[in-house]
Write a protein that binds this ligand. Structure first.
Ligand code: NAP
Length: 500
């Protein structure tokens, strides 16, 4: 898929930035509502797929069952596993683009450079790497986990071996017989460490905080099951509904009744006892915070990998990187040839927040000051006609983000329809509505395991505020995004000749 045959239009009604699950979901929903909608997507990479295009590390898979982690409007009977692997999720997204005929609207290799709200014309003035355009409505679908984070360790620049981040895996670098250090023990590390361990000469895993790990109840989907899903799509819909339902039950514990969480942590403790025989390693892998406070990890082979004789688990943290080694907090030096950083992302300061400038000239990043907030996770006062997908306080620890994205797409479509029908040129959420909404969000989060579970996590900003998690059931979010309430917004009426 290339942009070579297409020319970026000079103006467009809706500009979507990003062609991952969020952007593809948004454009699909817009066109479903209005097949003649004037909408285009720009994507900085050369292909669609977002995080499922970028994360190609060995073993990369989704830890939410695929029947739920897929678009409700595009079920696939072809998944090979209950927890799909990265290549097939990427293929799935490409398939949705093809099936819905979206290629003609997607400009790959086109990066957003800046978007400034032009109050006089009620338009976004947008600069991209392929030229300028104006957009009436801007949809930022750039993902929260798209900018890899490297640790700020003294000496990192001196390392003479090979280093890379899990999200930018170096496939040209052969790990065979290498001494490898892995920094970080989150959702990415648990997937790739068991995949590379048989190749490496020695593997040293640097853990800062142990995570709760439970078995991944994965299985391959047989021919019969796939045939049934193809012949009777309602059966797959029923499975999706069942998974959705039991996953929602988790919220009851995570957000409302943390007292029941020890039942699940006992399962994790049993899993740990079964997989790790070395008592010192087992102690190092036992978390001291409530399950769910950090993302609970699913793996059948991570813990037992750390129990191997050819694997070192270093739990004192790292203090320095030298030309050829990683040094722990006790001053022990671990000579290595390769360092793989599995140190996560920077979700609270996405690059797009520096590129988008609102009506008072401030960027989103300046307005947020490191702690993003929005109204219904989607709109921000002072940024008219801007819709954020996977915006502040829409992340989940228990279910599928695709469900949240589809809810936001509903809200966007409801807004576009009302703007069209009521001839509204610009909508800007009131400061009051946004403040009230955020008071509710943060009151609701205060007793949850994400805020009060006794850990530090990427869900919390430097002030201990949680701009990331949705605090309750996902159907509450679905209901609150069903209709765009114009009463929460300052409205600019459209002129008689305006095309909406
Ligand atoms: P992560 O969960 O943020 O984990 C980062 C790891 O690096 C943590 O163990 C962290 O330790 C450690 N770390 C960070 N900075 C460090 C430093 N300066 N020194 C030492 N250790 C450091 O990152 P991730 O594993 O890439 O996952 C990020 C998110 O991506 C997940 O939470 C999840 O939402 C998503 N993800 C999803 C899937 C999926 O299957 N759906 C798969 C992979 C990732 P601390 O714990 O002490 O901070």
């Amino acid at each position: 898929m290339t942009h070579s045959q297409k020319v970026l239009p000079e103006s467009v009604r809706v500009l979507v930035v990003g062609a991952g699950f969020a952007g593809i979901g948004a454009v699909s929903r817009i066109l479903d509502d209005d097949p003649n909608a004037d909408v285009v997507v720009i994507e900085r990479a050369d292909d669609v797929g977002g995080t499922w295009r970028d994360n190609t590390y060995p073993g990369c898979a989704c830890d939410v069952p695929t029947s739920l982690y897929s678009f409700s409007f595009a079920p696939s009977p072809d998944w090979t596993h209950t927890f799909a692997r990265q290549p097939e999720i990427h293929r799935y997204l490409r398939g949705v683009v093809d099936a819905l005929g979206l290629q003609g609207r997607i400009f790959t290799g086109c990066e957003l450079i800046s978007a400034k709200w032009d109050s006089a014309n009620s338009r976004w003035a947008v600069e991209t790497s392929l030229g300028s355009l104006t957009a009436h409505v801007l949809v930022a679908a750039t993902g929260a986990l798209s900018t890899p984070k490297l640790p700020n360790v003294p000496g990192i620049e001196k390392f003479a071996g090979t280093m890379f981040h899990s999200a930018t895996w170096n496939h040209d670098h052969d790990l065979t017989d290498q001494r490898v250090a892995v920094i970080g023990t989150g959702a990415s590390a648990v997937q790739f460490v068991p995949e590379i361990v048989d190749r490496t000469a020695r593997l040293t895993v640097f853990q800062r905080t142990p995570a709760w790990v439970v078995p991944r109840l994965d299985r391959t989907l047989g021919k019969l099951e796939k045939a049934m899903y193809r012949r009777f799509p309602s059966t797959q819909k029923a499975v999706r509904g069942f998974i959705y339902g039991y996953r929602e039950a988790y919220v009851s514990a995570l957000a409302h009744h943390p007292g029941v969480l020890p039942l699940v942590s006992n399962v994790a403790k049993l899993h740990l006892r079964r997989q790790v025989k070395n008592p010192v390693t087992r102690a190092a892998l036992t978390p001291d915070f409530m399950l769910g406070c950090k993302r609970m990890l699913l793996s059948n082979d991570w813990l037992k990998t750390l129990d191997r004789d050819d694997v070192d688990l270093v739990d004192s943290g790292l203090t320095e990187i030298t030309e050829n080694a990683v040094v722990d907090a006790h001053g022990n030096s671990y000579p290595v040839d390769t360092i793989i950083f599995a140190t996560g992302f920077t979700p609270t300061e996405p690059p797009v927040s520096h590129a988008i400038q609102g009506s008072d000239g401030r960027t989103l990043a300046e307005r947020w000051g490191g702690s993003p907030n929005a109204y219904r996770g989607t709109t921000v006062h002072g940024f008219p006609n801007l819709f954020l997908m996977y915006g502040p306080n829409t992340n989940l620890g228990h279910s599928s983000i695709v469900y949240m994205l589809e809810s936001q797409a509903n809200y966007l479509v409801s807004a576009l329809r009302q703007m069209r029908e009521q001839r509204i040129e610009a909508v800007d959420v009131s400061e009051h509505a946004q403040q009230q909404y955020n008071s509710w969000i943060h009151d609701s989060l205060s007793g949850t395991v994400w805020n009060a579970g006794g850990c530090s996590s990427w869900y919390l900003d430097s002030e201990g505020r949680n701009p990331v998690m949705w605090p309750t059931y996902t159907f509450t979010f679905r209901n609150s995004t069903r209709t765009f309430e114009t009463s929460d917004y300052a409205l600019t009426p459209a002129g008689k000749s305006a095309q909406l």
